[in-house]
Design a protein around this ligand. Structure first.
Ligand code: WT7
Length: 650
């Protein structure tokens, strides 16, 4: 055990007891190194294949991979039916906890019945394999049922976070040409029902003479408020799905059948529809859930606090855990409804053993004070996970000490919407984890830290630019960007085209032990509370307002959310700013995109710093936003701009 100068322990080995019982041992690395494809074939056999595969990886059409391509399976059968057939029908799949305090325990048998009813009804609606379905729902059990019913029928789902605006929903519905939207009447938010169905109506309203592609809207009743209704188009779940037969036979689909599209922010204003397919995706989500979380079916109570609107919810609430027959907690609300004790009460109530959350929430808990967790019995917890952004060592240590009684392993898991599943993480029974480091690529995964030219960076080099690349295809990798394969190639594969590596968009370093530290995005993508938001998207929402002529947006370090959004705007000539303008503009961004994209600060400035080629120098704006001395201003057209920004910027 080593200590830092500050007297902190800087490396945390697993206890002998944990290591002895862990699912994964060090030999997993050796096995994968010796025969990578053989290793993945073994992992794929965790699943039930209606038609066994004979090929593992086909990379001939790189960068589009085909994994297990001649095999056939049904994702929903793997996540539900087989557990019932194996005699586990009475095991609870989901302990669902509603925000107002209502709860439901759903066994695997009940889940099978619900998914079957939904599959039967979606078939009755005329949906066929390959059709797209948008799911715009809060964290209710029906959202998971809807995803599994789509998967069962080979329908490609596109889950849209229920916090997104009507225009964001419309953009995604249009891009995927969805035939159906599944939603709820409303959602509980801090003790009050908030409308949701209205947002769908607004999203689907004809734009000029262009109707949306959506034929039906299927509505789950959750909050019981009155909702506007379009006869013929709108359908109540409880009148349709609930009345359908609970028996449905799952048909197999090829391993490369599209499973879902999930939109994520890129460096331009238009979100990218990340496409994932079936066999490889389920293989890697199940494999990682088993080994990284050390999950033991029938014993553990697992809780991932994500929302199904993000990839973490897809891979580590729905597909990975259910494939592994997990018993899991799904919670509808925010961590402080009705008060800050809520998460800890839930951990106690259900005896949660594995808890997976984001650094931003850990820092929020730190801010609320440790007397809150200390008032609860958290001794059931035996493993803690983190995802979404680099975790600062202070938060890591606090998490381990306060949640983990200073003994549970913490897995800091690096991955992305595009990677589909965890890529870089400690193995909890093997790795001596360091606070803040994602440590090593998992067995079967290969990553490098390289410079601009693709040369490996020196160990321990911290200041030089190091970029994280993935140099070998992996089973759950994205198969493209929906409708835009050119963008797929240019975004991820152009930078290191010669070497054929995937460019992740993250900076990274290797320490002198060769352990990997992810340092954050190197592109114009911000990370706010673990959510990816592009600067361009926020800029275009601001410029959409009649009083804004130009906008530049940067992510500035924030003690709780990781980054906070700071905008600099130039007003149109006709606008005289008043006290309410900044609030109006913040509200505009919230409305156009989502409350998560709302700027923390908006500065009204007379000019923006630009290079001679007209590019906004975000780096300098970030210096201002973070209150630093300005970096190199030599390439600026007019360095005097800064005085103007500083004095006009408050
Ligand atoms: C970006 C991906 C993966 C699910 C949630 C976010 C950052 C994610 C870590 C981590 C450092 C991390 C990266 C990555 N990120 N996990 N453990 N350590 N950075 O998915 O929205 O696709 O965002 O989140 O910058 O590229 P996403």
């Amino acid at each position: 055990m080593t200590e830092t100068a500050a007297g902190h322990q800087d490396s945390y080995p697993p206890s002998a007891e944990f290591a002895a019982a862990a699912n994964a041992g060090a030999e997993l690395y050796e096995r994968a190194d010796a025969d990578r494809e053989g290793f993945w074939a073994e992992q794929a056999r965790r699943l039930h294949w209606h038609t066994p595969f004979t090929q593992v990886l086909d990379w001939d059409d790189a960068p589009v991979a085909r994994w297990f391509a001649d095999g056939e399976l049904n994702i929903s059968y793997n996540c539900v039916d087989r557990h019932v057939l194996d005699g586990h029908g009475d095991q609870v799949a989901i302990h669902w906890e509603g925000e107002p305090g209502d709860s439901r325990a759903i066994t695997y048998r009940e889940l099978l019945e619900e998914v079957s009813r939904a599959a039967n009804y979606l078939t009755e609606l005329g949906l066929v394999a390959g059709d797209r379905v948008a799911i715009y729902m809060p964290m209710v059990p029906e959202a998971i049922v809807a995803m599994l019913a789509c998967a069962r029928l080979g329908l490609t789902h596109s889950v849209v976070f229920a916090g997104f605006s009507p225009s964001a929903l419309r953009q995604r519905v249009d891009d995927a040409q969805a035939r159906l939207v599944i939603t709820t009447d409303g959602q509980w938010r801090r003790g009050k029902p908030a409308p949701l169905k209205e947002a769908v109506d607004e999203a689907l309203a004809a734009k000029g003479d262009v109707p949306s592609s959506v034929e039906h809207v299927l509505v789950v009743r959750r909050v019981g408020t009155e909702v506007p209704w379009t006869d013929g188009r709108d359908l109540w779940w409880h009148e349709t799905v609930s009345a359908a037969s609970p028996v449905h036979e799952a048909q197999p689909f090829p391993a490369e059948h599209p499973l879902f599209i999930l939109y994520t922010s890129g460096t331009t204003g238009k979100p990218k529809g990340i496409l994932h397919t079936s066999g490889g995706y389920l293989t890697q989500t199940a494999y990682t859930h088993h080994n990284v979380f050390d999950h033991k079916a029938g014993q553990d109570v697992y809780w991932c606090t994500a929302d199904i609107g993000w990839v973490t919810g897809h891979s580590y609430i729905v597909y990975g855990p259910l494939a592994n027959r997990a018993t899991q907690v799904v919670y509808e609300g925010t961590p402080n409804s009705p008060n800050e004790h809520r998460h800890f009460e839930i951990i106690e109530k259900y005896g949660v053993t594995i808890y997976y959350t984001a650094p931003t929430l850990i820092r929020t808990f730190m801010k609320w004070g440790r007397e809150i967790p200390d008032a609860h019995n958290l001794t059931g917890l035996r493993l803690l996970g983190s995802v979404g952004e680099p975790i600062n060592p202070e938060a890591w240590r606090w998490y381990r000490e306060v949640f983990g009684d200073n003994k549970t392993p913490i897995v800091d898991t690096w991955w992305q919407t595009e990677t589909g599943a965890i890529m870089i993480s400690p193995l909890p029974g093997v790795t001596d984890a360091k606070p803040g480091a994602a440590m090593r690529p998992l067995p079967g995964i290969s990553a490098k830290v390289v410079d601009e030219e693709g040369k490996a960076v020196q160990l321990g080099e911290t200041e030089a630019n190091g970029y994280l690349v993935l140099d070998k295809p992996w089973p759950s990798m994205l198969r493209g960007i929906w409708g835009d394969m050119d963008r797929y190639r240019s975004t991820y594969w152009e930078r290191y085209a010669e070497q054929g590596w995937y460019f992740a968009g993250d900076g990274a370093k290797l320490d002198t032990d060769g352990d990997l530290w992810v340092l954050g995005r190197v592109d114009d993508v911000m990370n706010v509370s673990g959510h990816r938001i592009s600067t361009a998207e926020v800029e275009s929402a601001l410029v959409g307002h009649p009083s804004v002529a130009e906008a530049a947006v940067v992510g500035a370090t924030d003690p709780t959310t990781g980054q906070g959004i700071v905008a600099f705007v130039i007003l149109t000539g006709a606008t005289t700013p008043d006290d309410t303008l900044v609030d109006t503009l913040k509200a505009e961004v919230s409305k156009q995109i989502s409350p998560i994209a709302k700027p923390r600060e908006i500065h009204i400035v007379p000019e923006l710093p630009k290079t001679r080629s007209g590019k906004i120098m975000r780096r300098l704006l970030r210096d201002i936003a973070e209150g630093r001395e300005l970096g190199d201003t030599s390439t600026l057209v007019d360095p005097a701009v800064f005085e103007a920004i500083r004095t006009g910027g408050n």
